[in-house]
Design a protein around this ligand. Sequence first.
Ligand SMILES: [Zn+2]
Length: 472
Amino acid sequence: MITLYNSLTRSKEEFTPINPPHVSLYTCGPTVYDYQHIGNWRTFVFEDILRRTLEKNNYKVNHVMNATDVGHLSGDNLGDADTGEDKMEKGAKREKKNVWDVAQFYLDDFVQTREWLNILPPAKFVRATEFIQEQIALIQKLLDKDLAYETETGVFFSVDSYPEYGKLSGQKLVDKRVASREEVEEDKLKKNPADFALWFKTVGKFADHQMRWPAPWGEGFPGWHIECSAMAMSLLGEQIDIHTGGVDHVAIHHTNEIAQSEGATGKPFAKYWMHGEFLMVDGGRMGKSLGNAYTLHDIKGKGFDLLALRYLYLGAHYRDKLNFTWDSLEAAQTALVRLRNQFIAHSEQRIGVEATSDTGKMYLQKFMDAINNDLNTPQALAVVWEAVKSDLPQEAKRSLLLGFDKVLGLGLETEIVTEAETSQEVQELVSAREEARREGDFAKADQVRQRLENLGYTVKDTKSGPLVVPKV
Ligand SMILES: [Zn+2]
């Protein structure tokens, strides 16, 4: 049995999918106008743990993630996604490129660096701009049902026409109106300040907007929220099992998704809503302006193994705030290396042997109890170390750890297979490369690396020394 905390009911519930053993999972993806920071990545790792846990429990997960490449306005940072400029256009100005190139660049970076964290790719990774017609159709449906209205500047969802508005956050509309900040410019044409944009017309401040499509109510581009409703429903159906995102999505983005989707279909949209908590840095807020919104490139640039960051994330429950410091990352890396050494020390033994002893089964049960209890990764890691320190035979230990790693995704399997399978020749080349590096002969080191590549291996430099991984 899996229990998950459902933000919609504000309680832990037993997980029962609509159509077992299938699970439809929609996770809000990156806005591809810049590198993702380690706060974003914490959410993506939480979602990866969720998916792996479901799969470990034999569910067949259909995972869809979107990439936002249009319509996400900068005012979102102030709590109002209908104000400011389009983040994509902002990125394009910053980099003096066109928006399409900016989107492609950061999309590619996302896909590449996602692998560093050993996050499984979704079954479908789709861009908002690939689903414009679906978004237009959904907006039309909302207009037809009088849940939306058109103004000179766009099409807006009318929150007053939808009595259940705000049920996810539990925030009443009155509170929302009071909170509607003075510093944010208000569209005077909106009937209610809480109404949100479904479509922006390319008039006024958006007259020069690069991305634009024809629509029945005028040329323009879709708002941010409508893309997720349209893509989730097009690819997974009108009712889905789990919808996730960062906790900052609760009050607006997901609240608006629910209103649009349920308003259009009259059916509950997602059965379970799950949200990952914030990451703090050095005990405080993380932000671009503060210079501490680190990217995976920053982490890698300091010589860390990215899986150490993953280990660090798993040390806190996804619904708790986590404080990132360079020292805590160092400690995570030390722990991870110790865990890997469990494998390397015994690599001569065959892998894939089931841990069948009663003690082995007991640890497996404890691990599953932890992870199935609303993804309690800190507790699951504690079980990992209990098993490591136990008097189980090494072979049983390794096989247990490999099973755990199907959920944790710390890349233990890669390391062990590698160590066991590398030939004498490969080992010698690795040593030769190390020697060349020690002597500062980087040209030679690079030649040796190339020879390893030709043999089908990549060398990863970790703090514990070089690790050879078969080239994928
Ligand atoms: Zn979304």
